[in-house]
Design a protein around this ligand. Structure first.
Ligand code: PLP
Length: 223
């Protein structure tokens, strides 16, 4: 077994069964993804549309491709036919575009709403208030081509795990509130996507059921 494959298996084995693992392969070549694939990985996360589409051409067809990065509305059309999950929907406009392209492809595209809880001002996403306001308005219920399946966040980029825990707890609570208020009749609203290479144990402890792990599996990225 190759090193990437071993690290994927090790990571998978350390996660509870109910936690999905997205192998974040951005900036790594297709050969590295193939190594993880050979070890059993079938879910990859990418953050650039062109890179994702290029790798998809080179790899087996039974891979679930997740888009985890900031997505510009004008790029949605390129991934709409096949993307398995869009993690970081950060504006009503992006959600509307995803729905439009989903309908054009006769599908409802699974997506997550990104919540901004980190201290960095530059991070994308709805604030908790914006999120509940948006959901209260209810227009999203008419979007037939986009299927909201949960929430996603990135914690502050810090070694202070207390701070990180506070942010994950907030998102977990927000998920529960939103679930009860807007999605109580919808079993597929069930995803809490948070946790990366350095903070995944904290994330899992505080309710994550989908972690996005890159460096720990593929090694450092060269930008
Ligand atoms: C790059 C990235 C990750 C993975 O980060 P690692 O530290 O390499 O595990 C997770 N989520 C998002 C949104 C990313 O852009």
């Amino acid at each position: 077994m190759n090193e990437i494959g071993l690290r994927w298996q090790e990571t998978r084995a350390q996660l509870p069964q109910n936690v999905q693992l997205v192998a974040v392969s951005k900036f790594h070549p297709a050969e590295s993804l193939q190594k993880a694939y050979d070890a059993g990985c079938r879910v990859f996360g990418e953050s650039r549309v062109q890179e994702l589409c290029a790798k998809r051409e080179l790899l087996p067809t039974d891979i679930a491709w997740h888009f985890i990065g900031h997505l510009q509305p004008n790029k949605v059309k390129y991934i709409a036919p096949f993307v398995s999950l869009v993690h970081a929907v950060d504006t009503p406009k992006l959600l509307a575009e995803i729905s439009k392209r989903g309908e054009q492809n006769d599908r409802s595209i699974p997506c997550l709403l990104q919540v901004h809880v980190a201290r960095e001002e530059t991070k994308f996403g709805f604030s908790p208030d914006e999120l509940t306001d948006f959901l209260s308005l209810g227009a999203w219920r008419e979007l037939r081509g986009a299927d909201i399946q949960g929430l996603m966040c990135m914690a502050s980029n810090t070694d202070d795990m207390e701070q990180v825990a506070t942010e994950f707890k907030l998102v977990c609570q927000l998920f529960n509130n939103v679930k009860q208020s807007f999605f109580s009749d919808k079993d597929t609203f069930c995803l809490r996507s948070y946790g990366m290479s350095h903070d995944w144990p904290v994330a899992v402890k505080h309710g994550s059921n989908m972690v996005r792990i890159g460096t720990r599996i593929f090694g450092e990225r060269e930008y």
